[in-house]
Design a protein around this ligand. Structure first.
Ligand code: FE2
Length: 390
């Protein structure tokens, strides 16, 4: 890898500590092809499916439930380009899904990895200390072939399933059937892939999970943001970004830091009642059109004040979109040594102030928008105060 940053090993101007050797350092005992799917456990999968279809432009492609002889849960698979979501709800008051929804509300249960060898992935991770959730298992799909899976735990109640689809040709998994004539999804959006998934963990646990992803999954640390960088007058957080060897999987991990008032990370933990996934960032190549359509469809985003945009051009230069357009749509911009990015954050997408989405368009920058953190956190705190949680 060519050295493009002079700031290796030290804080750059924005205060982020970037490790340009991160990809080379990542171990290859766990080759991951990417994120296979993200599964949400929710109170009502039918309605969640309609939300992702009608507002976010996802096409329902497969279903599992009573009609496919599954009697404890209903699941819908939703697809847009390389993004695959699964929403699953319990069909009764007992069991792990009902308990999960009862405790956490709607949230991410599984960030599943696509692999070539679920046996090796399970053995390599469990032998390094991961707790098993599912031993290597062959799911028989009859004429559709065999789907192989295994799974291990991570922070909170979140798991990582390893999925091998190489000998399987059916709908999402055995027990699912294709939705042959799905209702029309919202048109015109271009969400391409999962860019990164952020975990919120309890105070003092960030380094434990950084070590977990390093030692158990072979990830390496890409960036470290300390609480001197990510703070407002009131609250702070610390964040480290872990990545796998091919860079396709990026997991920032946040923990709350002390401030005069409650960190937004602590607000999440108070309402999710454990560590969990804070946000999933979806990459687009046309954030202006995509956000305009999402707003028309009723998605609510965090709003930044006019002052943010008044100084933006000076800070980031030309980002290919007029500043007026960014302000109209509420899109933020940031630039680092490698390029720039455009990003926006939704409000929480369920009743509790927990999980939300980010939409991101990258032009060279592999960062996470550290230049926007302060303005964003002040925006979040305004909303936290309205909720009585600051
Ligand atoms: Fe993010």
């Amino acid at each position: 890898m060519t050295e493009t940053l002079e700031s290796r090993g030290a804080a750059n101007q924005s205060g982020a500590h970037i490790n340009t050797d991160a990809f080379a350092e990542a171990q290859d005992f766990l080759p991951l092809k990417g994120i296979d799917h993200v599964e949400f456990w929710v109170g009502n999968a039918r309605q969640a499916s309609a939300y992702y279809r009608a507002l976010w432009g996802f096409t329902p492609t497969a279903f599992s439930g009573l009609e496919t002889k599954v009697r404890d849960r209903a699941s819908y698979v939703l697809q847009q380009n390389d993004i695959r979501f699964v929403v699953t709800a319990p069909l009764g008051p007992e069991g792990e899904i009902a308990e999960h929804v009862h405790r956490h509300g709607d949230g991410v249960k599984d960030i599943a990895f696509a692999v070539d060898d679920v046996e090796s992935a399970w053995r390599e991770t469990t032998s390094r200390g991961a707790q098993s959730v599912m031993e290597p298992t062959e799911l028989d799909g009859g004429d559709d072939g065999i789907l192989r899976r295994s799974a291990v735990r991570t922070y909170g109640d979140v798991i990582h399933t390893f999925v091998d689809r190489s000998d399987y040709h059916g709908a999402f998994a055995p027990g699912y059937r294709r939705i042959k004539r799905p209702p029309a999804a919202a048109a015109g959006l271009s969400l391409l892939e999962v860019d990164h998934c952020v975990g919120n963990v309890a105070l003092g646990e960030m380094d434990r999970y950084v070590a977990y992803y390093r030692d158990v999954f072979g990830f390496s640390q890409l960036i470290h943001y300390d609480d001197k960088v990510i703070h407002t007058d009131y609250s702070a957080l610390m964040s480290k970004v872990m990545t796998n060897g091919n860079g396709r999987v990026k997991f920032p991990i946040n923990e709350p830091a002390s401030g005069k008032k409650k960190s937004q990370i602590q607000e999440y933990l108070d309402w999710y009642l454990s560590s969990g996934v804070q946000h999933v960032a979806l990459r687009t190549d046309d954030i202006v059109t995509t956000v305009r359509l999402l707003r028309q469809n009723g998605i609510e985003f965090l709003g930044l004040p006019h002052e943010y945009y008044a100084s933006l051009a000076e800070r980031v230069g030309d980002v290919g979109v007029p500043i007026d357009t960014l302000e109209e749509l509420g899109i933020e911009a940031d630039r680092d040594e490698e390029g720039y990015l455009l990003q926006i954050f939704t409000r929480p997408v369920q009743d509790r102030p927990t999980f939300f989405f980010e939409v991101i368009e990258r032009h060279g920058s592999r960062g996470f928008g550290v230049g926007n953190f302060k303005a964003l956190f002040e925006a979040i705190e305004r909303e936290q105060a309205q909720r009585g949680n600051l």
